[in-house]
Ligand binder design. Structure first.
Ligand code: SF4
Ligand code: SF4
Length: 177
């Protein structure tokens, strides 16, 4: 329409209308936003193309746990439950049982018959590692685990134990500092 701007068949440009409507304030804000964007163009990107590119982890990174063995194959864990007591998230369950001469799992009197960690509740603080007198529970550098049910996040002894017979993975291979 005639009289509304320079564009034939249209009104004033959107920028001109915005300028009039806001007294120039919005245009100034848009210009500031664009400046912020332009300032970051020459900078190195902080994102990585995960999962093709893995992020660099800090030297003190705490990931999924594992239960270590001695060189002779015996389990380090003696089922004392000190790790469970130290855990602020109450996510460790230990059920101990007596070793027998014909069925020995650890060097001590007892071993952990059940050892579960609910990794969904875990806050990866490492207190369980500090509390363990046998250096049995350790934390790896594994962080990339995802499941579709809550139950799958509960790791059982068979999954946590180093070189567990028949296990799909050896968790000690997930890295440990
Ligand atoms: S890392 Fe912390 S929260 Fe996780 S199991 Fe150990 S003590 Fe509990
Ligand atoms: S992991 Fe360590 S603290 Fe926990 S039950 Fe086993 S020996 Fe005890």
């Amino acid at each position: 329409m005639a009289g509304e701007g320079a564009r034939p068949g249209g009104g004033a440009s959107w920028l001109a209308r915005l300028w009039r409507a806001t007294g120039g304030h919005a245009a100034v804000q848009i210009a500031r936003g664009m400046l912020t964007t332009i300032k970051h163009v020459p900078k190195r990107p902080v994102t990585v193309s995960y999962p093709e590119v893995k992020p660099e982890l800090g030297s003190r990174w705490k990931g999924l746990h594992y239960l270590a063995r001695y060189e002779n194959g015996l389990e380090r864990c003696v089922g004392c439950s000190l790790c469970a007591l130290a855990c602020p998230a109450h996510c460790i369950t230990v059920v101990a049982a007596e070793n027998r001469d014909d069925a020995r799992f650890s060097p001590g009197e007892r071993y952990a018959r059940v050892y579960d960690i609910d990794e969904l509740r875990c806050i990866f603080c490492g207190l369980c590692v500090l509390a363990c007198p046998e250096d049995a529970i350790r934390m790896t550098r594994k962080y990339d685990f995802a499941y579709s049910t809550r139950e799958q996040f509960v790791y059982h002894k068979e999954q946590l134990l180093e070189r567990a017979p028949g296990a799909a993975e050896d968790p000690s291979a997930w890295g440990y500092d």
